[in-house]
Design a protein around this ligand. Structure first.
Ligand code: AP5
Length: 208
């Protein structure tokens, strides 16, 4: 199954993708994670995009498209994939059409107030990548990863100024993709305001 997860920042795309990748036995390809990995390992690409991610701006299309093309060419993506956070512009969506065909584009719907709550309470473990929330999904021991015991961190782009900017960028550059994929007959809406298990159950049901 070839899937795209579309939706505003903090809608829960990454959280649901971590369950869906097991359910469908396909890789979860998050462009945000790929960029953060480059930043962590201080690669040339990482140095190039670090400030862009911190501000909450989009990485230029040419860089992002090349990175996704390379990732989709890897063996594990031959059996299907969940693309999370790509495409984010019409140019990226058109480029994706030249790389593969899609079975569905899942649109995670969530209101602004809840988005801000989810993003400002999000914490993550840098090495395992596991995502927590201070209220909705706290770690067993405050501030520490359940698996490794490492201190949890807050993403730079989850600070209030960057959150507001990311929402503006989403409305301006990514929301037009909803109409784009509706027209292609690929869009399925999901109400992302419920618990992760309920959202996951809705996903399975709409993909049947
Ligand atoms: P990226 O990492 O893709 O960020 P995003 O799309 O803004 O999405 P998030 O990761 O913030 O949110 P999410 O929907 O995955 O929510 P999550 O599951 O974590 O991109 C980061 C940056 O990289 C971009 O700003 C840009 O600079 C660059 N980039 C990436 N892709 C690009 C592209 N294609 N083109 C150009 N630039 C690109 O959940 C959020 C919180 O809510 C968590 O704490 C979680 O525990 C909690 N939560 C989740 N679901 C629920 C629920 N159902 N109930 C209660 N709490 C929940």
């Amino acid at each position: 199954m070839n899937l795209v997860f579309l939706g505003p920042p903090g809608a829960g795309k990454g959280t649901i993708a971590s369950q869906a990748k097991v359910q469908y036995d396909i890789p979860h390809i998050s462009t945000g994670d790929l960029f953060r990995n480059h930043i962590k390992h201080e690669t040339e690409l990482g140095k190039q995009v670090k400030a862009i991610l911190s501000r909450g701006d989009l990485v230029p299309d040419s860089i992002t498209i090349a990175m996704v093309k390379e990732r989709l060419a890897e063996d594990d993506a031959k059996k299907g994939f969940i693309l999370d956070g790509f495409p984010r512009t019409i140019i990226q969506a058109e480029a994706l059409e030249g790389m593969t065909t899609l079975d569905a584009v899942v649109n995670f719907k969530l209101g602004r107030e809840e988005i801000i709550k989810r993003l400002s309470g999000r914490r993550m473990c840098k090495s395992t990548g596991r995502i927590y929330h201070l209220i909705y999904d706290p770690p067993k021991k405050e501030g520490l990863d359940d698996e490794t015991g490492e201190p949890l961190m807050q993403r730079d782009d989850d600070k209030p100024e960057a959150i507001a900017h990311r929402l503006d960028v989403y409305l301006e550059q990514t929301e037009p993709l909803i109409a784009f994929y509706k027209e292609e007959g690929l869009l399925v809406d999901i109400d992302a305001s419920h618990s992760p298990d309920t959202v996951m159950a809705e996903l399975v049901s709409v993909l049947k």
